[in-house]
Design a protein around this ligand. Sequence first.
Ligand code: GDP
Ligand code: IMO
Ligand code: MG
Length: 420
Amino acid sequence: MVDVVLGAFYGDEGKGKIIDYLSKDAKYAVRFSGGNNAGHTIEVDGKKFAFHLIPSGVLNKETKAILGNGVVIDPKVLIDEISNLKKNGYKVDNLYISDKAHLILPYHIELDGMLEDIRKERKIGTTKRGIGPAYCDKFERSGIRMEDFISDNFKSYLKTNIDNKNIILKAYGYKEIDFESTYKEYKEYAKILKPYICDTTKMLHKALKNNEKILCEGAQATLLDIDFGTYPYVTSSNPTIGGVCTGTGIGAKYIKNVYGVIKAYSSRVGEGPYVTELKNEIGDKIRELGHEYGTTTKRPRRCGWLDIVALNYAIMLNGLTGICMNHLDTIGKLDKIKLCVAYEIDGKREEYFTTNEHLLSKAKPIYEEFDGNFGDISNCKTYDELPINAKKYIDRIEELTNTKIKFIGTGAGRENIIIR
Ligand code: GDP
Ligand code: IMO
Ligand code: MG
């Protein structure tokens, strides 16, 4: 009944494109964690759509889009996204926002910047969208939920929070938030969003009873997980499989297929360890060939080879039932391709991924090499049509992970996909 799409590496693996394909027969597409730190791109007929909050499944007009309780929402960004979709001919009357989702407010964004400045050597390189501070408030229990946002209590809750946050912002010399203008602005946002806010958990359980298919759209990725990622260089939520249950209210017994998305190489934005990173002209070449610049922040992404040690960790943690591998076309433009099959740490071979910062910073990748030059594969519709070099690379990844690559991306367009 419930299928899940998760990032298996450090984000930007092309989850949006896979969701767009899978939503064809899904009644609901649900975001369960993160906020507008995400940027999911889909190219339809040469037109690019970038989703930050609304599930990418919304491009399928029959699919209802849900922002689950685990999501943090910047109302301004959401309203922009809704109007952008409307401009492109989408009605957006099939969007539902959980009454339990938390709000991102201007003080969260200001605090995100402030915290980055005072972190010194443990700077994270956040998207500065207020994500961390909004989740802090959620767990500290001063957060404002969507149900509060549209209630008469919003004014007093906002006042208390702004007064408290301004003490901190002032102490560190950062911009204080003006209550009156903020309230006026956000009251208007509340009016616009009110019709979309409801008990989405109840809706989803009704759907389950009716045997309707639900697709959960992961944002961020396994190695950015607050518990299982490369802490502290992570995001403030659980983009791994557990986040699906806590971020939607759906029990584990309903989950069937769990797809992990990777690229045929890898990338990372922001700080933190990255064993297979290529800080050389090959890394630069991959960045240019794959257009690896952030969808959300436009930052150049760090690029490197695919890492089987990290992938096997993602398979294990999430119980992945299949892999989706994008950008086979991009990696096929290189003469030679490397695949990291193990690490060497303190002279010893290691195949189990560690999130221990000190060990990971010492890890040296052990590579196998493959021939590239796949030629133009954008029109290949089956695995059999792929050139032999591409098949050898795919087969070896499947062998090393003991997991089937069920979807292969052969270009950025919606149609550039091989289904197996
Ligand atoms: P997400 O955050 O995981 O949804 O990924 P992003 O949208 O941030 O980044 C993925 C980028 O790769 C986008 O620009 C996609 O249009 C693009 N993309 C996805 N799949 C493929 C593929 O198979 N080949 C190529 N060339 N581009 C792809
Ligand atoms: P999608 O869904 C790539 C990274 C940031 C930073 C760290 C913490 O498009 O794959 P945050 O703003 O969340 O506190 O930043 O996490 N990050 C992402 N990197 N793709 C994303 O989302 C990301 N969301 C957050 O760059 O290193
Ligand atoms: Mg992205």
